[in-house]
Design a protein around this ligand. Structure first.
Ligand code: HEM
Length: 403
């Protein structure tokens, strides 16, 4: 791409009108934006930001930037819709003091001890799935592997009975799908239906937990007993937790496998030096961030990247672009599983930084390391299909085989 072409792409960028090619590879567009329009005004008056420095600053500044989405989701979903109630009630789209009250209980339940206790179960699950892949020989790394792990882990965390877990992934995909920048009527109604069904299911689970609380290490019991939530707040935060822990982690595992299978030298290096798994997962998070876009609303006049922003301006923070910013990362397009430092923003930063990052890292580390160790002859079989999504980056299907 020459300079003039890149400049034109940056100037004309509209997140509400993305091309088919963008979903496949958004990174050339992101590079053009970083270079020529790092604080880009979109046709609808919102701003799209793509440099690391500005994102890092905004994520850490709660005085000027709000996570509250009522103003934006009212027109998007309709103020009486289930999607509006869900998204505006979950902690991620709220500010203190409500946000603090819910977050405290979640962080309090996801301690290092909780993580340590999860490890043997995740390892056993991963080993069982890998055994099944070996038997099948040809399989889909998303359906038969990546998607099967987070649903079990988050299901175990909230102690959802195993026989009830079937619909969880579909509900989660439908609800998160409704957060896309461009939303079809079908996506919207699928999302509405999923919120209604999901909350109906959770009412039963919560009633059961009220009757039989499980102690302070249980996430749901803590939310029930300590957070002083209304029934709706409790339900919607449980839906959020099940969703947050789910699709993003599936995508991290899928994207990570894709990167390793396309960089056999890195897979080989990891096999011979398993200690690299920690930095390898951080590199997968940086280079193919599962959550590519975040949002904030300006609450007070502020200047960012030399641009004055007025109150009520809506911002899209492009994590996928910031994580390849050459001002922050040396040789940012290179996949380097030993990269240090690697201060990426895949989990955001500041007061809303991902509360489940320890869980996600643990799942991905076990899944990827066990895979390269146990299946050295694993190969992609062609036909990888990406989900057509700008916010959540991952594969719908990743056919592979053991040769
Ligand atoms: C690779 C997997 C994951 C990625 C990339 C990811 C990414 C993120 C990001 C970027 C945010 C900040 C959103 C914002 O403020 O704009 C966030 C928030 C959150 N995530 Fe994750 N997440 C992942 C996995 C998980 C898991 C496994 C859980 C639960 C066990 C989880 C629970 C949460 C919660 C509760 C919040 C809200 C935090 C708050 O608002 O204070 N996430 N996540």
């Amino acid at each position: 791409m020459d300079t003039e072409e890149a400049r034109a792409i940056a100037r004309g960028f509209d997140p509400n009108r993305l091309s088919a090619g963008f979903y496949e590879n958004p990174y050339d567009t992101y590079a053009a934006l970083r270079t020529f329009e790092p604080v880009h005004r979109c046709p609808d008056g919102s701003y799209f930001l793509s440099r690391f420095a500005e994102l890092d600053e905004i994520y850490r500044d709660r005085a000027h930037f709000s996570s509250d989405k009522k103003l934006v989701f009212g027109p998007k979903f309709g103020a009486d819709s289930p999607l509006y109630e869900h998204h505006t009630t979950s902690l991620v789209f709220n500010d203190p003091p409500y946000h603090t009250r819910v977050r405290r209980q979640i962080v309090g339940a996801l301690t290092p001890n909780t993580l340590r206790a999860l490890e043997p179960g995740i390892t056993a699950l991963v080993d069982r799935l890998l055994g099944q892949l070996e038997e099948r020989q040809r399989f889909d790394l998303i359906e038969h592997f990546a998607a099967a792990i987070p649903v079990e882990v988050i299901g175990n965390l909230l102690r959802v009975p195993r026989e009830d877990r079937g619909p969880l992934r579909g509900w989660s995909l439908a609800i998160l799908g409704a957060l896309e920048t461009e939303l079809t009527t079908e996506q919207r109604s699928r999302g509405e239906k999923a919120v209604v069904e999901f909350t109906a299911y959770l009412r039963g689970l919560i009633a059961d937990r009220r009757r039989r609380p499980l102690g302070e290490t249980d996430l749901l019991t803590r939310l029930l007993q300590e957070a002083e939530l209304t029934e709706s707040e409790l339900l919607q935060n449980c839906v959020f937790l099940l969703n947050a822990g789910h699709e993003t982690t599936t995508n991290l595992i899928g994207n990570g496998l894709y990167l390793l299978l396309n960089h056999s030298d890195s897979a080989e290096r990891l096999r011979s030096d398993p200690q690299l798994i920690g930095t390898a997962i951080e590199e997968c998070l940086r280079l193919e961030s599962p959550n590519q876009l975040g949002n904030r609303l300006v609450t007070q006049r502020v200047t960012i990247g030399g641009v004055a922003l007025e109150p009520n301006t809506y911002l899209t923070l492009c994590i996928g672009a910031a994580n390849r910013d050459p001002q922050e990362f040396a040789d940012p397009e290179r996949f380097d599983i030993a990269r240090r430092p690697n201060r990426h923003l895949a989990f955001a930063a500041g007061g809303h930084a991902c509360a489940g990052m320890g869980v996600a890292r643990l799942e991905a580390q076990i899944a990827l390391l066990r895979t390269v160790q146990r299946l050295p002859r694993l190969r992609l079989a062609g036909g990888a299909t990406r989900a057509r999504r700008a916010r959540f980056r991952g594969f719908l299907s990743l056919p592979a085989e053991v040769t």
